[in-house]
Design a protein. Structure first.
Length: 236
């Protein structure tokens, strides 16, 4: 298997990473997935990953042959040093510096570094992440400049030409739903609605038309707004 045809997807179990997984399966011959357990409040997202992977391989016959191993890494130390609303049972609010307290400092930098180390061992060139600079909360480690700089550092530090792929970087949540439909049709959209998890509070109770979640946290509000805009565009 040529390294050029292999990809590792940062796969949390949320809407964005599920869309990225479908995007990768549509393009690469061999795709593996990687999740991180860092003590997040919404750890239930990790439990959604198996159902999403299983559902993906049922959508297209080709995808079943392309989807490879799943990996999960324990990064509890990241949660221990992060006094944030994603790793502590505290209210979600804005901080004095202008960032929401859901920002976990260094998270994507650490995720991508570990992903590159795993990709090095697994012989995978492309590393796919759902970072986005259009619909984001100002997280500096989601910016395109950050990802490009990190790609240079990883390639220099490991003497390997990795390509950090961010297919969602310049699209909003409505366009992310539309991308899922273009890749896998309504069946993929329905799978993401039913099986993915985005809620910051980890609520997996009531099912809304856009999926499960508390419905009031910033992640739920963004997902719901995007879904409704996507549905409205479909009806035009």
């Amino acid at each position: 298997m040529s390294q050029d045809k292999g990809a590792l997807v940062l796969f949390s179990g949320g809407q964005d990473s599920a869309t990225c997984l479908a995007w990768a399966l549509d393009r690469f011959d061999r795709v593996e997935t990687l999740g991180f357990d860092y003590g997040q409040r919404h750890r239930i997202e990790l439990e959604c990953r198996a159902a999403l992977r299983k559902g993906m391989v049922k959508l297209h016959p080709d995808w079943a042959g392309r989807l490879g191993e799943d990996h999960t890494l324990d990064l509890a130390s990241l949660g221990e040093v992060s006094q944030t609303a994603l790793t502590r049972d505290i209210a979600i609010e804005m901080e004095t510096g202008g960032l929401p307290n859901t920002f976990v400092p260094g998270r994507n930098i650490i995720f991508l570094t570990f992903a590159a180390a795993l990709a090095y061992r697994r012989g995978l060139k492309h590393i796919v992440g759902g970072m986005c600079e259009t619909d984001f909360s100002g997280y500096p480690d989601c910016r395109d400049d950050t990802i490009k700089a990190l790609q240079v550092a990883l390639n220099l530090g490991m003497d390997r030409r990795f390509v950090l792929e961010t297919p969602l970087m310049w699209i909003d949540k409505a366009e992310t739903w539309a991308l899922a439909k273009r890749i896998g049709g309504h069946r993929l959209v329905e799978l993401i609605v039913a099986e993915s998890h985005t809620c910051y509070l980890g609520t997996r109770g009531e099912k809304h038309d856009w999926g499960f979640g508390c419905g009031t946290c910033p992640a739920c509000e963004l997902r719901a707004k995007g879904y409704h805009a996507f549905v409205a565009s479909e009806e035009e």
